[in-house]
Design a protein around this ligand. Structure first.
Ligand code: SAM
Length: 244
């Protein structure tokens, strides 16, 4: 198997109106190689074939933050957090492509964070840092609560759980971006109910397909419009066991 990522300049351009610079392409390639290497020590991802990795990890990560890739996004240097980042998605591709952001990569599994510390070091990504903790804990921590402009969350749980993890961490006016595959009307009702309690509004539910395999995706954009009550997020484990 060749480990060379496809460049896909045209698809980047057509779908995101953006293309990686030579340096960014080199960093994305290196990220891919480090993940393949890390996969030998721990189970990081089953997506290892170059085209599939490009589509399901790199393109998918960046599709969610399409608004940030445009030049007029405000604020220009956003503070971002990626909750339950795992092997670094969507956070690491975001750190590579939005160099003026600062990004915190959070995961409750120490082994994954140790792996990510090495990635950040190897890619010389000085705009990213890692934390081993749970979303329920840092959501109540004065240093993190209401500290972020954007909170990203992919494949961590039901959308209402994701809302409870993300909204307390956002500044008022901040944006939670919840990455999903399929999506139903019932889930919109549940999410609506959760964000009402958390000080958020659903700003946009965007449906799209991935550019190579035509797989269905949804991105949910939830804006924080009011303070989140202090009882949220609830204690560790409660949001996922008793979703709002
Ligand atoms: N976001 C990555 C992706 O899309 O490839 C990883 C998804 S993985 C299925 C879920 C990750 O979320 C795991 O690494 C897990 O340790 C982490 N996680 C789950 N619940 C969490 C919580 N309450 N706080 C922090 N991390 C959590």
């Amino acid at each position: 198997m060749t480990n060379l990522l496809p460049e896909m300049a045209e698809i980047w351009q057509q779908t995101l109106n953006w293309q990686p610079s030579v340096q960014q392409q080199t960093q994305l390639q290196k990220l891919y190689e480090l993940i393949l290497e890390g996969n030998r020590q721990q189970n990081l991802t089953r997506i290892v074939e170059p085209q599939e990795f490009w589509e399901k990890h790199l393109w998918d990560s960046l599709r969610g933050i399409a608004p940030l890739l445009s030049a007029n996004f405000y604020p220009a240097s956003p503070a971002i957090i990626d909750i339950g980042t795992g092997a670094g998605f969507p956070g690491v591709p975001v750190a590579i492509t939005v160099p003026n952001c600062t990004i915190t990569l959070l995961d409750s599994t120490r082994k994954k964070i140790i792996f990510l510390d090495n990635i950040l070091n190897e890619l010389a990504l000085t705009n990213a840092k890692t934390i081993v903790s749970r979303a329920e804990e840092i959501g109540q921590h004065p240093q993190h609560r209401r500290a972020y402009d954007i909170a990203l969350i992919r494949a961590v749980g039901a959308a209402s759980v994701c809302a409870e993890y993300t909204l307390p961490l956002l500044k008022q006016g901040g944006l939670a971006i919840i990455y999903r595959g399929n999506w139903t009307k019932e889930e919109t009702t549940d999410l609506q109910n959760a964000v009402n309690q958390l000080g958020g509004v659903i700003e946009l539910i965007e449906k799209f397909t991935t550019p190579l395999s035509d797989s269905i995706r949804h991105c949910l954009y939830v804006r924080k419009v009011a303070n989140t009550a202090l009882n949220f997020p609830r204690a560790v484990g409660v949001p996922s066991q008793k979703p709002l």
